[in-house]
Write a protein that binds this ligand. Sequence first.
Ligand code: NAD
Ligand code: GLY
Length: 366
Amino acid sequence: MTQLHMQLPGKDHSYEIRIERGLLSRCGELIKEACPGRRRAAIITDSNVAPLYADQVETSLQQAGFQVKTVVFPAGEASKNLSTLESLYDGLLSPVPFSLTRGDLVITLGGGVTGDMGGFAAGSLLRGVPFIQIPTTLLAQVDSSVGGKVAIDLKQGKNLAGMFYQPSLVIIDPNTLDTLPDRVFLDGLGEVIKYGLIWTPELLELLEQHPDRQDMAPYMERILLLSCDCKRQVVEQDEHDTGLRQILNFGHTLGHAYEKLGHYETYMHGEAVCCGMVSILKIGEQQGITPPGTADRLLRLLAALGLPGKAEKVPEKELLATLSFDKKGSGETITPVFCDRVGSVVLHKMPKAQFAEWVRQLEGQA
Ligand code: NAD
Ligand code: GLY
């Protein structure tokens, strides 16, 4: 089994990230080992994942001696809101078969929506119940399940109510990726490519050599390991996102603008980030920060994988609105992330107006 250790400051804060095919059927014993003394577990999962994997997880937990209950919500980003959160609290506290206490466990089984919202439910209910992440999408396995950001969306925007609440264990079974629709699988590769550009060039090379989903399968555990290890190293150095962790935002500033412009329907998150990474590489090349040819290299990879690389122009009004609402921006400045060579990035604090001007130059609008 491949295992990474997330070492964070503070008592009870560190945890293992375990990666291996078939782990789902052994999750009970792993959870028992990571959380000794706990005997009851509530699984939070969505309506697509429940029929695929809830039985396996329930059985494994029962075999390890846990009493189990499962709370299911309707799949999809549209569910990641206050009213579904309330229904999760209801399910967790319902007396049948047991009402959750702080001595129990929450297990999130599903994609990023389940992990984010289930983690937020765990972190807020009863002032915090320990939780385990069992991510089942590629995006959740390489990104959202690691690092402790949990949240729900508000009507004002995505992920606006949230906190840092670290899981006690992350269990990654690459076999669960087999049931993902192609588009959802590819979407997760967006974040893998990001790690390749900002930290681990080997990831980029692996995808360049095996752009077909079937050919990539034998390398999946390595891809998951390298991706989680990149995130682990960054989060260990900056758990609360005050400095280095912002490099994980590479491609996201413009990516968010593209996502929003398409009303969250044209592009999935990873697809929009791919377009955002191409744009920021091109801007970097124009400004002499990024080596020439880097954007073309990424465009070739995206084309081979079947991911988009070019988004529409962002109209002035939307661009300024995106920059002013960027959670990572403050006042008049923004800190976009530029790639100064493959596997390395620089944070470039600058006035928002100047960044907007660079975007306009890229789009030929100046
Ligand atoms: P998701 O959870 O909605 O999953 C995508 C779809 O795949 C859903 O329909 C789901 O039911 C289905 N699914 C999940 N696992 C499956 C499987 N194994 N087989 C078949 N279908 C399966 O979305 P996502 O793309 O996993 O995650 C997106 C969310 O993650 C967003 O809300 C985003 O804000 C969040 N996110 C959080 C972080 C973080 O650091 N916390 C980072 C990146 C993204
Ligand atoms: N997904 C970016 C982060 O965890 O910081």
